[in-house]
Design a protein around this ligand. Structure first.
Ligand code: PLP
Length: 377
């Protein structure tokens, strides 16, 4: 059972539209729910980072007037053509000469393109790396930037510092590399896109205030050797939707400190299993006096890999038949679920209570002064 909190997603969207010193587009892959996308739109999120023709079609159908940016650096020609001709997409990212040629050909050398060259940057400050798969190296950026400049109306540079960047310095470091690339290539740049990676809060992952990220990014953007009218963009995924959803699971069986629950690696808990992400949990019971103990989870499928190490802190007397709420699952939670082994059918409900943690409520102690522990309600 998924609990959705429209007010929490709306609050995150307002935070970005009001405080980010540029255009914050939503990275749809974090949670492609049409309900969520409508909430973000209503709060002023006008740009959407889409990565596949499926996402292009879906967002276009939900939001006919949204600005769609096709930010996957490897696309098929047919996807580029359909996006350009049928869905009004003008913004594309690329990281090779081959991809540039594809975009030029599939759009019949269109004159109204905004092309963003994706640069490889470090993921060292982030919990999930996005450093190895995409992005042109600084050493190879000059010819690509110069060639791309010939084929676009607006030239941009984008990057992704990795997901859940735990310090604003990740962006500062990446922007330094962008600055070097611009200086080397001596091209006019119209858009700097700092990508995603903005954090949310999880147990043991309590980031600095989001305002610190925005301030550092703004300061370094302002000092860039770019045109006076250049735009600053970002592509937050996680930060806009992590607080949107939580999951209610049932304990089907207990074996020592292992709980067999009815969702898992093939459901909404992919990250808990595959990258050992620790989501906050609370037992849904009235007796809050029980001491907590460490538990791990098994999901419902027959696969040994359907295992979530945790540790998840729950009352030590928890047993079969009890229910647990797993929080902060709006990003990369529901979006990952499969129907493997016949499991995975989940009902969604709208609730009005607060998410287990929030970066946007204004009541969070400054983590630089706290002991780095997430408080659970
Ligand atoms: C995944 C992704 C995002 C969103 O990343 P978050 O860490 O969720 O903010 C943004 N841009 C691109 C290109 C991505 O691949």
């Amino acid at each position: 059972m998924i609990l959705n909190r429209p007010h929490a997603a709306a609050r995150a969207a307002r935070f970005f539209t009001e405080k980010f010193p540029g255009t914050a587009m939503y990275a749809v892959k974090a949670n492609p729910s049409p309900d969520l996308i409508r909430i973000l739109w209503a709060e002023g999120v006008t740009h959407y980072d889409v990565a596949s023709i499926g996402e292009v079609r879906m967002v276009r159908e939900v939001l006919p007037e949204a600005e769609l940016c096709f930010m996957h650096p490897v696309k098929t020609k047919s996807a580029i053509r359909e996006a350009y001709q049928q869905h009004g997409v003008r913004t594309f990212s690329l990281d090779t000469m081959e991809e540039l040629a594809k975009v030029v050909e599939a759009t019949d050398s269109a004159q109204d393109l905004r092309l963003l060259v994706r640069m490889r940057v470090s993921s060292e400050h982030s919990e999930l790396s996005l450093a190895s798969k995409f992005g042109v190296d600084l050493a190879d950026a000059k010819p690509l930037l110069q060639a791309t400049r010939q084929h676009c109306d607006a030239l941009g540079i984008c990057f992704h510092v990795g997901s859940q960047a735990m310090t604003p310095f990740a962006y500062v470091q990446a922007l330094e590399r962008v600055r070097a690339a611009i200086a080397e290539a001596a091209v006019t740049v119209d858009i700097i896109d700092v990508g995603g990676g903005f954090p949310s809060i999880y147990p043991d992952l309590d980031p600095p205030a989001m305002e610190d990220y925005f301030a550092q990014i703004h300061r370094h953007f302002e000092a860039m050797p770019i045109s006076y009218s250049a735009e600053l963009w970002a592509e937050p995924g996680r930060a806009l939707c992590a607080e949107y959803s939580s999951l209610i699971v049932k304990v089907e069986k207990r074996r020592g400190d292992e709980l067999y629950i009815n969702d898992g690696a093939y459901g909404a808990l992919f990250d808990a299993a595959h990258v050992a992400w620790r989501f906050p949990v609370v037992a849904l019971e009235d007796d809050l006096t029980q001491p907590l103990a460490e538990f791990s989870f098994y999901g419902p499928t027959c696969d040994d890999a359907d295992f979530m190490k945790g540790p998840f802190m729950l009352p030590e007397d928890i047993q079969a038949g009890d229910y647990i709420e797993i929080g902060m699952l709006g990003a990369y939670g529901a979006a990952m679920a499969t129907r493997f082994n016949g499991f995975g059918a989940t009902l969604g409900f709208i609730v009005e209570d607060e998410p287990m943690a929030s970066l946007y409520r204004g009541d969070r102690p400054d983590p630089r002064e706290s002991d780095n522990v997430v408080s659970l309600r």
